[in-house]
Design a protein. Structure first.
Lengths: 482, 296
């Protein structure tokens, strides 16, 4: 067994068909979303960015349409990542590696780069010949043009990336005048180069050697998962076939290698399910067009489940070779078990986490209070014997209006509260400007008492302007030491 | 002999790779050269280093070092960065420099600037004795409470920071509590019995409980202590004599500690900070300490 495989270049041939069209469609939609999304506007009122999707690092806010995220709420991002992971598991359990085949950025950009390569240098054989030929003027300009277009796509990809972190129209005009920071240029450069190398050179090696999802998606498979299958029963023994010859004793696979040469991963699907297979379906398109040509039913290679294959092999189901209807081949419907313990479990987790996330976002308070008990010193004894504890409080006003609050305590008898605003000014009303954080120093005094140790104290914050609507805006539990 | 393999063409049978001919106990070293890209990067670093020698100071010479054509030095960089910081601070510091304590108090932003600066100065210079949060400890006053030996206004605190206590400053706070007992062979001003009585009296000052010792102690107090600590132990800030009828004790309010204090005397030391830090820093620290909670 060889432990090391030297990289070999793959020259996927052009193919036409249902799944190729689906791939074009998903590429156009996904790239369209990626490039256009930062340009969408969303009115949030004055002094707030109107970009629908924006990560404002300087202003420390994340905007996603109607949702506004503060740095304190980055944990929501964890929820989004969990949702994405479970979503991937769910889709994989149902449909196999559809993410890999149609939606993964690596696949999409590689597809685009291969298209460029083909546009400039021609199809599979032409590209291979060009690579093998000596350096001529033709090879030089074709190669140069290909790489220039790749770099251009990379630059546009990096360019779009930075728009997610800045106001897109402003940055766009700044970019034209080259009046941007080094970090912006650095990010554009980094993404230009990573796109160029990943989609231009690394390609299928990313899926085979680098991607963890590719590996653990196999664990999501069961016998009812859609995978790309080769009907060995029907195809073997494979061999060349001349037109008009009898098919007796021959499999339907004419060993034309079409499925192999269109494969962007460079594998032979007839060897069975393989780790490298990204389930893109291009071999299905290739095989179907060959079957059409030699007037055999389609579906020698197709999306199917292991369980269907086994049942046919064992004779529980017959191999429903497509019936010809008016000269058109029709593939019989496959039997799918969509509802399985695995898919039900994923669906349940997905909907639970999804609704938790939704309620977390919808119900999150517009005012937050945090209280930090001072540690040096934990408590202060005053000259009349009373005991003081100091606290640092922070009030987050996430609304877009200036707010005035009132602070009170609960749970500690005879507690006297003093709130100090900036400048050591004792205040009754705590003013917090719109969309900002304000901190106050708080002193709580209790008279001399024989009790010692730690007691609980609760701080309550109420909005003095909307007492009816929000009688208690926020609360925070802390402790008192004496 | 002619078809014997050349020694440097020894091919390893497992990997098909040529060996270097080096062998240790039957283990042969394969001749796998470093990857081309690695070599290129390595050569580029050499080229980079040569460029670096030309531009930056690098090689030592007998009397110093090569200067490099950029004329760059770490000292210049430091000076440049310090100038930048001074420039950045100058706006607020300039404003602070000119403002008096009441003026600073009226400008919340300037106050918070001063307080933040004072906190840093405090943690670097004062925390060693007074604690990181000014909580103090035995013999070193807690700065968070409302008991002040020499006054608790920002100006008073500023003055104490300037002159210190028993320091080298000409105007230092310098009144000490004398030793009333027999110390180092000298005869005491008070007998041990008298000291015991006055300690009883002082320890019950906050909540007087009539007893023979208390009454005897009161008499001793009237004769010996009132001149500094005042009638009923109300303290005297001119002298720096602590208030004795409150709940706060610098060395401890239990009777044994009081007996020790009266017998041997006390003289707390705090250095003068006038020559050790800038006036702006001393005023910032005064504002910070004043804001800790006990400021008057």
């Amino acid at each position: 067994m060889s432990l090391f495989e030297t990289a070999r270049k793959i020259y996927p041939r052009r193919v036409k068909g249902t799944f190729r069209s689906l791939k074009w469609l998903s590429m156009i939609v996904l790239l369209g979303i990626y490039y256009a999304a930062p340009w969408l506007r969303w009115d949030r009122g004055p002094h707030v960015p109107d970009q629908a999707i924006l990560v404002d690092l300087v202003g420390q806010r994340g905007y996603f349409f109607g949702i506004e995220i503060w740095p304190q709420e980055v944990y929501l991002l964890v929820g989004v990542l969990i949702l994405a992971a479970i979503g991937l598991f769910f889709a994989t359990a149902l449909l196999g590696r559809v993410w890999c085949g149609y939606a993964c950025p690596q696949t999409v950009w590689t597809d685009l780069f291969v298209w460029v390569e083909r546009f400039v240098q021609g199809d599979r054989n032409a590209r291979r010949k060009l690579d093998e030929s000596a350096w001529t003027l033709e090879k030089l300009w074709k190669k140069t043009l290909t790489h220039l277009i790749w770099l251009l796509i990379g630059a546009v990809t990096g360019g779009a990336w930075v728009f997610y972190f800045n106001d897109a129209p402003t940055l766009f005009s700044d970019l034209w005048h080259l009046d941007v920071s080094w970090s912006v240029l650095g990010w554009i450069m980094a993404l230009t180069l990573s796109t160029y190398f990943m989609a231009g050179f690394a390609r299928e090696n990313v899926c085979t050697y680098m991607c963890p999802y590719a590996r653990f998606q196999s664990a999501m498979f069961d016998k009812d998962t859609l995978i790309i299958t080769y009907e060995a029963e029907r195809g073997e023994p494979r061999g060349k076939h001349k037109k008009g010859e009898s098919w007796d004793g021959k499999g339907h696979c004419i060993d034309c290698d079409s499925c192999v040469i269109v494969c962007p991963m460079g594998i032979d699907i007839r060897d069975g399910l393989q780790m490298q297979c990204i389930s893109c379906g291009l071999c299905i398109d290739a095989c179907n067009s060959v079957m059409d040509k030699i007037e055999l039913p389609r579906g020698l290679i197709r999306y199917d489940t292991e369980s269907n294959q086994r049942q046919r092999r064992e004779g529980y189901r017959t191999l429903d070779i497509a019936h010809r209807k008016g000269g058109k081949t029709v593939v019989p419907p496959q039997k799918m078990r969509w509802v399985r313990p695995r898919t039900v479990a994923y669906a349940l987790i997905l909907s639970t986490v999804g609704s938790l996330m939704l309620s977390a976002i919808v119900l999150r308070p517009m005012t937050e209070l945090t209280v930090n008990h001072a540690r040096a010193p934990q408590f202060v004894r005053l000259s009349d014997g009373s005991v003081r504890n100091n606290y640092q409080i922070k009030i987050l006003n996430k609304s877009h209006d200036d707010r005035a609050y009132h602070l009170s305590t609960q749970g500690l008898s005879q507690a006297r509260l003093e709130v100090l605003a900036a400048g050591d000014e004792a205040v009754e009303t705590l003013h917090v400007p719109a969309n900002s954080v304000a901190s106050f120093r708080v002193r709580v005094d209790t008279p001399e008492a024989p009790t010692h140790g730690r007691s609980d104290i609760r701080f309550l914050l109420s909005d003095t302007q909307n007492p009816v609507k929000t009688p208690e805006s926020a609360r925070h539990d802390s402790y008192f030491i004496r | 002999m002619s078809d014997a393999p050349e020694p440097h063409k020894d091919i390893d049978s497992h990997t098909g790779v040529e060996t270097t001919g080096h062998e240790w106990d039957g283990l042969k070293e394969l001749n796998n050269p470093a990857p081309r890209w690695w070599l290129i990067v390595w050569m580029l670093t050499i080229v980079w280093a040569i460029g670096y020698w030309v531009v930056y100071p690098s090689w030592p010479t007998l009397s110093g070092h090569t200067k490099g054509i950029a004329g760059w030095t770490q000292y210049d960089k430091l000076k440049h960065e310090q100038a930048e910081i001074t420039q950045r601070q100058s706006g607020w510091l300039g404003k602070f420099h000119k403002a008096s304590f009441p003026e600073i108090k009226q400008d919340p932003v300037l106050f918070e600037f001063a307080r933040a600066g004072g906190e840093v100065v405090f943690k670097e210079n004062c925390a060693a004795c007074h604690g990181a949060g000014g909580e103090g400890r035995r013999g070193y006053p807690n700065l968070n409470d409302d008991d002040w030996l020499f006054g608790g206004t920002a100006e008073d605190i500023y003055n104490t920071i300037n002159v210190g206590s028993h320091s080298t400053h000409p105007n230092t706070h310098a009144v000490a509590m004398p030793a009333f007992g027999a110390v180092m062979g000298r005869e005491g001003m008070l007998t041990p019995a008298q000291i015991d009585d006055v300690a009883t009296y002082v320890s019950y000052l906050r909540q007087p409980v009539a007893s023979a010792a208390f009454t005897r102690g009161q008499a001793v107090f009237q004769q010996n202590c009132v001149s500094c600590h005042g009638e009923g132990g109300i303290g005297n800030r001119q002298m720096g004599a602590p208030r004795l009828n409150d709940a706060i004790w610098l060395y401890g309010g239990d009777k044994a500690t009081l007996v020790q204090t009266i017998t041997k005397g006390r003289a707390g030391v705090m250095p003068s900070w006038q020559s050790r830090m800038s006036d702006d820093s001393r005023r910032q620290v005064a504002i910070y300490v004043h804001s800790l909670g006990g400021g008057e």
